[in-house]
Design a protein around this ligand. Structure first.
Ligand code: UGA
Length: 443
């Protein structure tokens, strides 16, 4: 199949590369010359494990190409994926301007029947908006061209995007058109014959599935984080609580890891957006709103906990392991580390931080605090003269660290394990005043 993907962010790029891997001829479009030039040379603008190898393989096989020319891409494709950003506006609702611009361009250039697929996460009703924008453009040209719009939400996780796209747990296809359904089944032919579950719905249902899934996962995390705060006080163990809860198949143990709060480009944005959609339709989304508030509280609680244990933070040096919102990504969008570092610095602390991939973005996201942060070249240097260590993100390379080597470099020996990576390490308490998350501190 000949496929165009408009927007080469995380979603668009991964989608484009994987569809070329599945055998389609893919042309990826982006407005940014710089990005397209890089991609043409086989360089990725993002860090995503496994993606570079697949890009090179399919570039060599000439199944994937890159352009800034939307017209060329639209005219030469049977299926057009829209994968542009839908960031949160000031009020929390999704900003659809980039998406609707792309719809206008498609309406301007479309010259024969095509399926337009929306991959971006969009409020319910956007698919219908895209239809009317394209129809308007076609009418404007006094032409009569048929097309269909499909909502095909993306469920990939950053850091695991390649695997999630190669082996998705479901493919949701929302459209009223039988013809478009058949074409989409061909687009995902490899998965279709490999028995990946396909769910065919109308446009609105597919759009809601995406928001409802992300909001539910955010609620699950906020729920266990709230339980963790209480567990610390009553002397219970949150990991065991989560295990015990998860043994009930209706609950499942997944996404019940307590931590410093959820971050990333999706959960914070999508939870706020669904609350805004609710307002528009006169429905208060109480549960989701509470999850958002609990997530904000969770980050503040992390600062409070460190301050309560260490005491006055003025002049204290805090070594931070990990900055990205989760491991295996360079993405710092809404990373809990931003608010937590800000909180610690406001209390007078000096930060020494290391992250395998997040520093480049942290440099500008935390630029207001540059005088209080030193970015280190490796994970041991963060401990030099430090009073405390805060394990922020659970990168694998932090799991097997030499605790003695770390401790020897420190001035005091507090260790706040916000992700509980050391909780089962029997030696940790020999070296550190060890504070796990969701479990009482033991001397
Ligand atoms: C999330 C969803 O998991 C994907 O299914 C979805 O496609 C994607 O958003 C999207 O909408 O594009 P992602 O943001 O990449 O994916 O990251 P997750 O792995 O879901 O983690 C999100 C945040 O929750 C991270 O900050 C992570 O540390 C935190 N988390 C996750 C916890 O604190 N505890 C958990 O048990 C799980």
């Amino acid at each position: 199949m000949k496929i165009a993907v408009i927007g080469t962010g995380y979603v668009g790029l991964v989608q484009g590369v994987i569809m070329s891997e599945f055998g389609s001829e893919v042309i990826c479009v982006d407005k940014s010359d710089e990005k397209i030039e890089k991609l043409k040379k086989g360089e990725l603008p993002i860090y995503e494990p496994g993606l570079l190898e697949l890009l090179h393989k399919n570039q060599k096989a000439k199944r994937i190409s890159f352009t800034t020319d939307t017209e060329e891409a639209v005219k030469n494709s049977e299926v057009i994926f829209i994968a542009v950003g839908t960031p949160a506006s000031e009020d929390g609702s999704a900003d659809l301007s980039a998406l609707l611009n792309v719809a206008t361009e498609i309406g301007t250039y479309i010259d024969s029947y095509k399926v337009i697929v929306n991959k971006s996460t969009v409020p319910v009703g956007t698919g219908r908006k895209v239809i009317s924008v394209i129809e308007e453009q076609i009418k404007h040209r006094n032409e009569n061209i048929e097309f269909d719009v499909v909502s095909n939400p993306e469920f990939l996780r950053e850091g695991k995007a390649v695997g999630d796209c190669l082996r998705p747990n479901r493919i949701v296809i929302g459209t009223d058109s039988e013809k478009a359904r058949e074409i989409m089944a061909k687009v995902y032919n490899v998965l279709y014959i490999n028995a990946t579950p396909f769910l065919f719905t109308n446009l609105e249902t597919a759009e809601m599935i995406k928001y409802a899934s992300n909001a539910f996962l955010a609620v699950k995390i906020s729920f266990i984080n709230e339980i963790a705060l209480l567990a610390e006080k009553v002397g219970a163990n949150t990991q065991e609580i989560a295990r015990g809860m998860g043994m009930d198949g209706r609950i499942s143990p997944k996404f019940l890891h307590c931590g410093p709060g959820y971050g990333g480009s999706c959960f914070p944005k999508d939870t706020k957006a669904i609350v805004e959609i609710g307002k528009e339709y006169g429905e208060d989304m109480f549960v989701i709103s509470a999850a958002i508030a609990a997530n904000e509280k969770q980050k503040k609680k992390m600062v409070e906990k460190i301050k309560n244990a260490v005491g006055n933070l003025s002049g204290k040096v805090i070594g931070v392991l990990g900055l990205s919102f989760k491991p295996d990504t360079d993405d710092m969008r809404e990373a809990p580390s931003i608010d937590i570092l800000e909180g610690l610095i406001k209390e007078g602390a000096k930060i020494q931080a290391y992250c395998p991939e997040g520093i480049k973005e942290a440099l500008w996201r935390l630029q207001d605090y540059e005088e209080s942060i030193i970015y280190c070249a490796d994970e041991y240097s963060i401990a030099n003269g430090a009073d405390a260590i805060v394990l922020m993100t659970e990168w694998n390379q932090f799991r097997g660290m030499d605790l003695n080597k770390l401790k020897k470099r420190m001035r005091d020996n507090y260790y706040f394990d916000l992700r509980n990576i050391n909780i089962k390490n029997e030696k940790i308490r020999q070296y550190f005043k060890y504070y796990p998350t969701g479990e009482k501190y033991v001397e």
